[in-house]
Write a protein that binds this ligand. Sequence first.
Ligand code: PEP
Ligand code: MN
Length: 370
Amino acid sequence: MEIYLEENFDLAHTGEVCERIEAVGAECGVTIDSLNLDRGTTGLTKIEVKARETHRIPIDRVENLPYVARVARLLPPWRQISRKYDPTPREIHVAGESRIGAGHFLWTVGPCAVEEENLYHEIIDAIMGVKFPEEARMHVAFRGFIDKNRTSVYSWEGICDEGIPWVTAMRDKYGVAVANEIMQISDIERYKEVFDILQVGTRSAEFARLFDALGKTDFTIYLKNGRGNTIDEFLNYAERIVAGGNEKVVLVVRGTQTTNPKYLRNAAAIEWGPALRGLTRQPVVFDCSHSVGQRELVVDAMMAAVSAGYDGLETDVHAAPGRAKVDGRQALLPEVFEAMAGFVVEARLAYLERHRLFEERGYMHTFMNP
Ligand code: PEP
Ligand code: MN
């Protein structure tokens, strides 16, 4: 919320404004627009109220104060992640070698689920055998999903705690970040020793209380879009985590409900990436596996996403997809992952070059006004 004051008022009046705001139980932090002071005008002209729950502040109670000229709610409501107020892309150091955003690309790879110890280690070793050229600034993180959020109660729900030592062995061996899905607030605490990334899956994509809890942590949060969510809804949920205190939010596009379920798991929605990049500072990842759902389509979706400027990918890789307990149909073999890595690097470098050139020539604005 921004409160514009008449020109001849001074600092003492901010106290009265805060009283009105705090009277409704909202917190009030006041940032004074010092530019106006420097300009030598008679006093302050703008107070920016950084408060949660500004919707509870009755505008007329503040507007009625004699020295207040105008009150404006900040838009969009996902203002802390919006590029409107700060266009700098957010760089997130996830853990060890894994970084994302502001030019860093993070590829999160591994089986849909951790299933068997030796098989899991074989998959991760194969993934880590792939090297990326320095100039591409590409990094890797693993999928270490011990919990699976299933629709049918009769489906396998993950290896659970039995898989924790298998995952930590790989995390220690390679020093890169590891991801698992988070489904309940009570798991957050005990995952602090094991995981770096907590992913909110599409089935939990509107779990506001979970986001409040994640906002109090230092995990990198992979927030997936809900299958039926709009971009504004997606961004409001991301804002909730950031407003709670955790800026390390990565937006993961995984497609929306499709009108063609016979052939496609979801409607990929690759175009969300460029749109989100224009709207927010947060890094954006494309899940090329859960979006399209079959390996024949995964590689094309992956190339399209990298060319569209995503900051990362999420890809299912499995050494024995026929034996996979979940999502084998969409998993790439390690050798296919390795073959694709070269093409992904090329596409990434081509994107970076195009981006640099377009910026230099001013061909396109990368900011979308919401
Ligand atoms: C996953 O990444 O394992 C997953 C279940 O994805 P989504 O929530 O997007 O379906
Ligand atoms: Mn899966």
